[in-house]
Design a protein around this ligand. Structure first.
Ligand SMILES: O=C(O)CCC(=O)C(=O)O
Ligand SMILES: [Fe+2]
Length: 387
């Protein structure tokens, strides 16, 4: 990962290691000179709105031409698909739900596998789509994990690259939000970063949060994993994806690394391959929460037109087999698509603020895991697992 077409052609450079929200697309305009664009880029552009008047002034969001979503494949509403898309959908439910899962305490609130709906895509062997198997409380647990734990040291994230380790990112950001709401909280002075400058507000850092890494910490500049840069993989994430691997016949599977992506209403992820792993025969297992994405599932070159499909809150995508070698990306976060079931009316104040923060910018969290080594090493901790 991630050399995108933007990087290659310099049409729009997406940097992964600076301090800006690297996913944010600020470039959509119709007045670009005609260029030879790949099929991947052509489809990606169908989901970009003209954002500037010829004068260069910004067009307000509500005045932009609406996007035509009619070609987007929807596994949640099979009947509503175009005939072409219906022909691509393979119902694999029976193969998967026959598998017996060991449900344990942490996982018992998933919908039981016998009730899962699982689909494949014609022409993409090894690709599976599991319609959200999470209950709403379970979705909230993953959101909390991502914000509290995954985006904090010792795991790396894009803010840490720039400022050095930022402790308590969510906790401190929430205190700032509570203060803004007029609540009686005391804010501590923000520490200095690695360059000796005071950290920006935690809310600013949360707004810029674009990615975090788990397990073997992917090194973005040399584009590789380094054997001795490893932090513990969370046990609950390991347990979840191993069950998915059993269900989809990729067992045994050891998640040794994960990328956690934080999207907002303006984010995109350009077409890319995830090919830094020595082990490419094991799938990428990808879970998402919050807003809905238009995901592009492409071919082994950018010259093949990708299939746009919706990924909603709680859905799981498995890219194994040949689909592990295919270009993919996120073309659009669908306007006002935040999963309203997540709105929290409990007494859990942290959860309430997390959901509010996600909803206010139609945010989406994606967690995707990979096995890195052919002989999994898990940072020397493999014997902890029972696979
Ligand atoms: O957000 C997604 O659904 C895709 C993320 C992805 O492809 C990646 O992190 O490599
Ligand atoms: Fe990817």
């Amino acid at each position: 990962m991630y050399e995108t077409e933007e990087d290659v052609t310099n049409v729009e450079t997406k940097s992964t290691n600076n301090n800006n929200n690297n996913n944010t697309d600020t470039s959509a305009t119709t007045n670009e000179p005609a260029k030879k664009v790949s099929e991947f880029m052509r489809v990606q552009k169908l989901f970009r709105q003209v954002s500037k008047y010829p004068s260069g002034k910004n067009i307000p969001k509500e005045k932009r031409d609406p996007i035509d979503y009619s070609i987007v494949l929807d596994f949640h509403n099979i009947e509503s698909n175009t005939k072409e898309n219906q022909d691509l959908i393979i119902d694999c439910t029976a193969n998967v739900t026959n598998t017996e899962f060991q449900f344990n305490k942490e996982t018992e609130i998933y919908v039981h596998p016998s009730e899962w709906k699982v689909y494949g895509l014609k022409g993409f062997p090894g690709f599976y789509f599991i319609k959200s198997p999470f209950t709403t409380p379970q979705e909230k647990i993953w959101i909390k994990n991502a914000l509290n734990q995954y985006a904090s040291p010792p795991n790396n994230n894009n803010n840490n690259l720039f400022h050095g380790p930022v402790e308590g990112l969510w906790k401190n950001g929430q205190l700032e939000m509570m203060k803004q709401d007029g609540l009686d909280v005391e804010l501590k002075e923000r520490p200095l970063d690695k360059k000796g400058k005071q950290l920006p507000t935690y809310c600013t850092l949360l707004d810029r949060l674009a990615w975090a890494t788990l397990g073997y910490q992917y090194q973005w500049t040399p584009r590789k994993y380094v054997e001795d840069i490893y932090e513990d993989m969370p046990d609950d994430l390991q347990s979840l994806v191993q069950k998915i691997a059993v269900a989809t016949n990729f067992h045994p599977y050891v998640a040794e690394a994960a990328t956690v992506n934080f999207y907002n209403e303006d984010s995109i992820m350009g077409g890319h391959l995830d090919d830094a792993e020595e082990e490419m025969e094991k799938p990428i297992v990808s879970i998402s929460f919050g807003a809905t994405a238009v995901f592009l599932m492409g071919g082994e070159t950018r010259d093949i037109a990708p299939i746009p499909l919706y990924i909603r809150s709680g859905d799981i995508v498995i890219m194994g087999g040949r689909s592990r070698y295919c270009y993919h990306g996120v073309a659009k976060i669908v306007e006002q698509s935040f999963n309203l079931d997540l709105i929290d009316d409990s007494d859990d104040i942290d959860m309430k603020y997390m959901i509010q923060w996600l909803k206010e910018k139609n945010r989406r969290i994606n967690i995707n895991t990979r096995q890195v080594f052919k002989e999994p090493k898990l940072g020397g901790k493999l014997n902890k697992l029972h696979i």
